[in-house]
Design a protein around this ligand. Sequence first.
Ligand SMILES: C[S@@+](CC[C@H](N)C(=O)[O-])C[C@H]1O[C@@H](n2cnc3c(N)ncnc32)[C@H](O)[C@@H]1O
Length: 212
Amino acid sequence: MTSITYEPSLSEKFSGLIYEPFLALGERRGMRDRRRELLAAARGRVLEIGAGTGLNLPHYPTGVDLVVTEPIAGMRDRLERRATEEGIDASVVAAGADELPFPDDSFDTVVSTMVLCTVPDPHVAISEIQRVLRPGGRLLFIEHVLADTPRLSRWQQRLAEPWAAFADGCRCDRDTISHLRAAGLKISSIREDSWKGMPAIVGPLAMGQAVV
Ligand SMILES: C[S@@+](CC[C@H](N)C(=O)[O-])C[C@H]1O[C@@H](n2cnc3c(N)ncnc32)[C@H](O)[C@@H]1O
């Protein structure tokens, strides 16, 4: 495992501490199973973006060559500890999805779970994902998305700014699947679902695979 020397700020340490308690009910009510199901399809050299505290780590199949990236030091701290404690062989790299420090065509699989809602510019992050995936490589995703019902989507738009201020920049009104399609990714499978145990504005989920 790659080791990084840093001193997280107080607010970064705080993010790393509150993230898992905030998600705990949602993990128990379906997200943990969803992660396991999604990641069963990971193959070869795998890059996870915005890996947070490492909730996906236990679900990777054996035999993958895993690189996990996370820009926020407090989250990365927990990510590194989880990888060590659970004996998972992964390189932990400090990087945002907006500028991935990897060559073109260098991964078979990219994983994004609830990250394209948080990156400052989804177009830039998606273009970086396309760049680092080899031709035919796959993006595995679970993202909360803009609702397709007018009532909920209006609430998502109304509450987008306060939610982003509360949730470290996460946008509850992002139409991520349209962004993936517009960038030219081919959605090869998609399932709509609901994130139970979380506020309704982040409830609508899309889970699936997209091919470069
Ligand atoms: C809602 S959390 C999801 C964490 C993890 N993927 C999971 O499934 O639990 C959003 C993550 O995106 C990270 N993030 C924030 N800005 C980012 C960026 N520019 N590029 C990549 N990840 C970013 C956050 O630090 C955080 O870990």
